[in-house]
Design a protein around this ligand. Structure first.
Ligand code: CO
Length: 466
């Protein structure tokens, strides 16, 4: 019997997409023992924006959250999303930091590490992969992930080539990450059949979003074309900018005669539990009804929904909404000039803002943002297609050459850890504390100070009680 497995995303991407990752651990602890019996391929529950959100908004230690999840979900694979050399942010970290981050993630309970680079420059995911293999236990899975986008240079052949490369590098599974939800059923069919032919038995995963309404059709076609794992969210946290629904896909696949490994009763119990949780955030406004709706505009302009709303917000702020159409038409030109980067954060914002600037200035590249300059300098990695010569000359001068983005990463100086120790003093009690500081210094300092205060207050209580 054919088998298709599910990754449940409610604890990470679904709540990241619908409510800016503000779901505290205490809201879902109670259901974890039930979720543990559902029969998922994995539960995506960490990485992405969860780390930042824990420290910045939820007053939670992200590492402690992970240890609790591990304890409560002993029979499940715990999954995280990692942005290669950028870890959970947007800047390159030194190799020793990346390596330690992976070591600690596995030590604290992560099993599946899904690793991607915004530009699909695989040099930027190599250190993370090697560290994953170095610290792997019997449950660890290194999953190589491709940022999916549509452009004249992103052909089926190019994606197949990328998958071959991921396999050659030593990844155990491959994930196609359609962050904008613009992959069509037809594209899914051609891609998946092509990739399956090229990489043989290697498990293939599809991650998409319901944003444009295409996702159910695309997942159905993906299943027919041989996908092994799909990402879905429990139904009350599905749809809109989130993933398609777990139960819906389960019932559809039942009729195909496909084995899912899911327990029908349990996945329904999970949804029943999350319904009032969701309602609470709809009522307090943290879940915006707009994010739950279908918006097909992204298919018209071939750009992610978030990028469009960002542009509209910027133009409205500047009282220049009359330039919206011209800015939209400018996007393909900017994208071409920049070598067709996948439109994923932060590149989507960079391309969108540059298009707006070009239109408002009435002249192309009269003003270039610092981020776009850094991109042209090569700080993000190699673009999928050559960057326009004219732009390179404009930013780097005559004969200027882009830098090697990996040059700084490989300097294993340990300086980041020394700096963190100095800055935190005895506030730091573990390598995990130091790592949090390296990733998010200000938030971590605040969080650790608060932790100390809370403990001192509790200590006073205890003494008084005695
Ligand atoms: Co996603």
């Amino acid at each position: 019997m054919k088998k298709v497995q599910f990754t449940e995303t409610v604890l990470r991407d679904a709540n990241q997409s619908l409510m800016a990752t503000r779901l505290p651990y205490s809201d879902y602890e109670e259901i974890l023992p039930v979720m543990d019996k559902a029969g998922y391929y994995s539960i995506e529950c960490w990485g992405g924006a969860t780390f930042d959100s824990c420290l910045r908004y939820l007053n939670e230690d992200p590492w402690e959250r992970l240890r609790k999840l591990r304890k409560m979900l002993p029979n499940n694979k715990l999954q995280m999303l990692l942005r290669g050399q950028n870890l959970l942010g947007y800047k390159h970290y030194h190799d020793d930091v990346v390596e330690k981050f992976i070591e600690l993630s596995i030590k604290n309970g992560i099993d599946v590490i899904r690793i991607f680079d915004a530009l699909n420059d695989f040099r930027n995911i190599e250190t993370a992969l090697n560290a994953t293999m170095k610290y792997a236990n019997e449950n660890t899975v290194a999953s190589g992930c491709i940022s999916y986008t549509q452009s004249p240079v992103h052909t089926v052949d190019k994606y197949i080539e990328m998958c071959r490369e991921l396999q050659r590098m030593g990844f155990q599974t491959i994930c196609l990450k359609d962050m904008a939800g613009t992959m069509t059923p037809y594209e899914a069919e051609h891609l998946i059949k092509g990739i399956k032919d090229a990489v043989g038995d290697m498990p293939l995963i599809l991650h998409t979003h319901s944003t444009t309404g295409m996702a159910y059709m695309t997942l159905t076609k993906a299943v027919e074309s041989g996908i092994d794992v799909i990402d879905t969210a429990t139904s009350c946290f599905s749809g809109g900018t989130s993933q398609p629904s777990t139960e819906t896909m389960y019932y559809a696949l039942q009729q195909y005669g496909i084995e899912t490994g899911l327990d029908e009763d349990i996945i329904n119990q999970v949804n029943d539990f999350f319904k009032p949780v969701k309602q609470k955030y709809v009522d307090n406004g943290q879940i915006n009804p707009k994010s739950l709706a279908t918006d097909a505009q992204a298919l018209v302009y071939k750009v992610p929904g978030g990028m469009l709303s960002n542009m509209i917000a910027n133009l409205t702020d500047m009282g220049a909404m009359d330039k919206f159409d011209s800015a939209l038409k400018e996007i393909p030109q900017v994208r071409k000039d920049l070598g067709y980067p996948p439109l994923v954060t932060p590149l989507s914002q960079m391309v969108g803002n540059q298009a707006v600037t070009n239109v408002l200035m009435g002249e192309r590249y009269k003003s270039i943002s610092k981020e776009v300059k850094n991109y042209i300098k090569g700080e993000y990695g190699i673009a999928p297609a050559p960057v326009s010569e004219e732009l390179i000359t404009k930013v780097l001068g005559e004969g200027g050459q882009p830098i090697d983005c990996r040059e700084e990463d490989v300097k294993r100086t340990g300086e980041d850890f020394e700096n963190a120790k100095k800055a935190l003093g005895d506030l730091a009690r573990s390598e995990e504390d130091l790592m949090s500081y390296i990733c998010y210094p200000d938030q971590t300092l605040k969080f650790l100070k608060k932790r100390r205060e809370q403990e001192e207050n509790e200590a006073v209580y205890t003494i008084e009680e005695m």
